[in-house]
Ligand binder design. Structure first.
Ligand SMILES: N[C@@H](CCC(=O)N[C@@H](CS)C(=O)NCC(=O)O)C(=O)O
Length: 212
């Protein structure tokens, strides 16, 4: 397998965690999105959306981090990332999608660049935008994680899974943008529990081959 990735990409980070949890080896192909490499023809031929990650398996290209993770779970079922029970599956998917649909797309590199380069907002306004959407999403997520009985050491019970895979990269990004995480003690606790695990350590941005 080959993963088109970038060390700071939180969507690629999700796939790296899933691959590491399943103990799967892969070739790392760095696409330096901060330098605009996602727009070069060679990568446009891989992903016309100009986004990472893309996973190549058996010469087929797989897109969208959460769809890739579900593909991995279907193809390499052990250890399971998604629960079997349909209500439990809905719970972990809905937690993951708070991040992947309601936080991350609003704060993606291209969105932040559009704010500053086209709409000419100041860095201060851009940061306010970033903090606003992380805080709004994390407030809902914290409430659910803190009050729902299915929450355990991890987002769902005592094994890491689909929701944790989305949570940890978003927390890493929030820290990079200096978002105050003190209102989110459950999120911080689960993030710490995940980061004790080898799979999460192996997937972390700072240990990737293209880390700066
Ligand atoms: N929904 C996509 C999001 C992918 C995405 O937004 N990737 C970002 C990095 S985290 C990217 O490639 N950004 C390039 C850009 O903004 O120009 C997924 O989950 O795979």
């Amino acid at each position: 397998m080959k993963l088109y990735s970038y060390f700071r990409s939180s969507a690629a980070y999700r796939v790296r965690i899933a691959l590491a949890l399943k103990g799967l080896d892969y070739e790392y192909a760095s696409i330096q999105i901060a330098k605009g490499k996602q727009f070069e023809p060679e990568y446009a031929a891989v992903n016309p959306q100009h986004l990472v990650p893309v996973l190549e398996d058996e010469r087929k290209l797989l897109y969208q981090s959460l769809a890739i993770i579900q593909y991995l779970d279907e193809t390499y079922p052990e250890p399971r990332i998604l629960p079997i029970d349909r209500f439990e599956r809905n719970r972990v998917r809905s937690l993951a999608l708070i991040i992947a649909c309601e936080i991350h797309p609003l704060n993606n590199l291209r969105v932040l660049k559009y704010l500053t380069d086209v709409l000419k907002v100041s860095d201060e306004q851009k940061n306010a935008w970033y903090h606003h959407w992380v805080t709004t999403g994390f407030t809902a997520l914290e409430h659910r994680l803190a009050t729902e009985p299915q929450t355990g050491r991890f987002c769902h019970g005592d094994k890491p899974g689909f929701a944790d895979i989305s949570l940890v990269p978003q927390v890493a990004n929030a820290r990079r943008f200096k978002v105050d995480l003190t209102p989110f003690p459950t999120i911080v606790r689960i993030d710490a529990a995940c980061n004790e695990l080898e799979a999460f350590k192996k997937a972390a941005p700072q240990v990737q081959p293209d880390a700066e």
